[in-house]
Design a protein around this ligand. Structure first.
Ligand code: CTP
Length: 392
């Protein structure tokens, strides 16, 4: 997601500096070229050698080592991240002071930038620090965190540097064109679980990966995202409204709670088609199998079709075999604008994979086949198709 981008990573003197090594690694995993600049104080927390070993590049600390590094390094960068950023550095940068290589680079750099503050909560709540952070935000600088929690000093409060995954996600978003800004997209993901008794449930096979990829891709492209997820082992993605549900009934309630806010609804959840007629309070005995009666759950997508108004509605059809006519019939019946058909019998298009093979079908009956792709790339294609169709 960051391939071809040059990131300048500034590390300042906070205990969170050790996490910057992981951050450099994760940014490189996403394809970025990472150059590191450290303050003298940061070098007391983590040796530059560690960052040199990770990035395979010299770490820059001394302003006077190379007469032009304070100009050249910034000119070669597409994104300047300062993580962790101490109160001292934040305040210095806000005043335009330039007393070390990092602060000199800040003055010579004029591209997108991201700051991840890390400090004791009292320092973070200080009026000067708060005012400077507010001004940074106003001038378009992305501020990530800090998070609330246990601080290194033993106290608790707002001041922990945000998780590395959150900073990487924010970096990707900053460098992605925000072509979906102003839109609100409601996405469902994962399976639902319909309880039979306190131990057993009926469910569908689904990891949630396709829905989470859609949510992440939409967020990165600047959309407001509401993600409603059934039980999944995936971490809730950053930067969106996230609601966790269990049953199809819970999912239905959540979808209609947020429908008003959404311009687009993507039902990628594998909602169970059946539920137990009655949920037993106590664990059933094996011999009670004959008592088990199933009922159909509400078809949320179909109900959405009758209440969608001007919203763009996307459904998924997981079929054994590429049954385009069946998927097209479902699109018509449920009043969808777009149907994503995936043939689950094909290798790489299964439930717990990072890839998918899809066919997109629109209202006019146009059919587009796509080859095996990563789910995040499939997500972008679906979002592109929504954007193009809505724009017409
Ligand atoms: N879906 C839903 N509510 C349900 C069942 C499914 O909203 N109770 C949605 C899914 O989120 C998906 C689409 O319907 O977007 C496809 O469901 P699928 O099970 O493939 O199709 P059905 O129309 O339920 O038909 P069948 O199971 O007979 O194939």
């Amino acid at each position: 997601m960051l391939s071809g981008s040059n990131i300048l990573l500034g590390i300042t003197g906070s205990i969170a500096a050790y996490k910057a090594a992981d951050l450099a690694r994760r940014l490189m995993d996403e394809g970025a070229k990472v150059r590191v600049v450290m303050t003298e104080a940061a070098c007391r927390f983590i040796p530059p050698y560690t960052l040199e070993a990770i990035t395979g590049d010299a770490v820059h600390v001394d302003l006077f080592k190379d007469p032009y590094s304070h100009i050249n390094l910034s000119a070669q960068s597409d994104l300047f991240i300062i993580a962790p950023a101490t109160a001292n550095t934040i305040n210095k940068l806000a005043c335009g002071l330039a007393d070390n290589l990092l602060s000199n680079l800040w003055l010579t750099y004029d591209g997108p930038s991201l700051i991840a503050p890390a400090m004791n909560f009292r320092m973070y709540n200080n009026r000067t620090v708060q005012a400077n952070i507010r001004n940074f935000k106003k001038s378009g600088i992305e501020i990530v965190g800090p998070a609330k929690g246990d601080l290194a000093c033993g106290e608790e409060g707002e001041g922990r540097m945000s998780e590395v995954s959150e900073i990487v996600e924010a970096a990707i978003s900053v460098l992605t064109l925000h072509d979906l800004a102003g839109q609100t997209i409601l996405i469902t993901a994962g399976p639902t679980q319909e309880p039979i008794d306190p131990v057993r449930y009926i469910s569908n096979r689904s990891s949630g990966k396709m829905g989470y990829a859609l949510a992440m891709a939409a967020r990165r492209r600047g959309a407001e995202v509401i993600l409603i997820s059934g039980p999944s082992s995936l971490n809730p993605p950053h930067g969106m409204k996230f609601e966790s549900v269990e049953t199809s009934g819970d999912m239905e309630k959540a979808v209609f709670k947020y429908l008003e806010k959404a311009d687009t609804v993507i039902m990628s959840a594998a909602v169970s088609d059946f539920r137990a007629d009655v949920t037993a309070k106590n664990k059933l005995d094996k011999s009670d199998i004959n008592l088990l009666k199933l009922k159909k759950t509400t078809d949320i997508l179909k109900k959405l079709g009758t209440k969608k108004g001007k919203r763009f509605l996307v459904g998924f059809a997981a079929e054994s075999g590429k049954n385009v006519s069946r998927a097209a019939a479902k699109l018509k019946e449920k009043k969808l604008d777009l149907m994503v058909l995936n043939d689950i019998s094909q290798e790489g298009a299964g439930f717990d994979t990072d890839t998918n093979i899809v066919t997109l079908i629109n209202k006019k009956g146009d059919v587009e086949d796509y080859p095996l792709m990563k789910k995040i790339d499939v997500a972008h294609i679906i979002l592109d198709r929504i954007k193009i169709t809505k724009g017409k």
